[in-house]
Unconditional design. Structure first.
Length: 216
C-alpha cells in the first residue's frame, strides 16, 4: 500500500522532531520534508509535491495562513492540514478562507491526527469536534460584518499599524528589522487586499478603523 507523503511545517525544532517521530511510527505515513518557516513550506511543497502538508499557523518570515494561500494558489493539488495551538475563531476563519483542507489542535490525541491525515489525503475535509462546532457558529453568525483587518497577514497588520502612527517606510523597516523594499511590498499587498489605491485612502481607512485618531 502506498504511503501518504507528508511535509511538516513547524518552526519549533523540538515539536517538529517529536511530530516526525510520532508520524514515522505509523506504517502508512512517511515524512518527505521539514520546513521551519512559511517560505520554506511553500518552496518545499512545490519541489516535493507531498500528499499532505501539516501546517503550523505561527511561522516566521511568512505565517501559516499566508503559506496556505500561496500553496493553494501555486500547487492546488497539495492538501493542507492545519495543526496548531490556536483555537480562536479569527485563526480558523483565516485558515478556511486561505483554502485549508483540515484544522486540528495540537492538544488532539495522536489517533485523531492519524485519522485527519488520512481523511485529508483522501480528498476529504477534516475538522476536530470543537473546531467543527466553532465553524458551525461562524456560519450561523455569517451576517456579522467581517473585520477588514482579518484579511491581512500578521506582518501586514504590523506594517499598517506602524504606518498609521506616521512612521516612514524606513522607520517601519527599522522597527521590524526588514528592508525598506519589503515594507513597500507589504504596503502594496495590504492596499490590494483592502481595496485601497492611495496613501490618502490608507490614512482614511486607519481613521475609520480606530488605528489613528483625528488630529494625528
Amino acid at each position: 500500500m502506498k504511503k501518504i507523503r507528508l511535509l511538516l511545517a513547524e518552526d519549533m525544532e523540538i515539536v517538529r522532531k517529536g511530530l516526525k517521530a510520532l508520524i514515522l511510527a505509523h506504517p502508512g505515513f512517511e515524512v518527505v520534508g521539514e520546513a521551519s518557516d512559511g517560505h520554506m513550506a511553500v518552496d518545499m511543497a512545490g519541489r516535493l509535491m507531498p500528499d499532505v502538508v501539516l501546517m503550523d499557523l505561527s511561522l516566521p518570515r511568512m505565517d501559516g495562513v499566508e503559506a496556505i494561500a500561496e500553496i493553494k494558489r501555486c500547487f492546488p493539488r497539495v492538501r493542507i492540514l492545519a495543526l496548531t495551538a490556536h483555537g480562536k475563531e479569527t485563526y480558523l476563519t483565516s485558515a478556511v478562507q486561505a483554502g485549508v483542507d483540515g484544522y486540528l489542535l495540537k492538544m488532539s490525541p495522536s489517533e485523531e491526527l492519524f485519522t485527519a491525515i488520512t481523511a485529508v489525503a483522501g480528498g476529504q475535509s477534516f475538522f476536530s469536534r470543537e473546531i467543527s462546532a466553532m465553524l458551525a457558529q461562524v456560519c450561523r453568525s455569517g451576517s456579522r460584518a467581517p473585520d477588514p483587518l482579518e484579511r491581512l497577514s500578521k506582518r501586514e497588520r504590523q506594517v499598517l499599524k506602524l504606518a498609521a502612527k506616521g512612521q516612514t517606510n524606513k522607520d517601519v523597516a527599522d522597527t521590524i528589522f526588514v528592508s525598506v523594499k519589503t515594507v513597500e511590498k507589504h504596503k502594496t499587498n495590504l492596499k490590494k487586499k483592502l481595496g485601497l489605491r492611495s496613501s490618502l485612502e490608507l490614512a482614511a481607512f486607519c481613521l475609520e478603523n480606530g488605528l489613528i485618531e483625528e488630529g494625528d
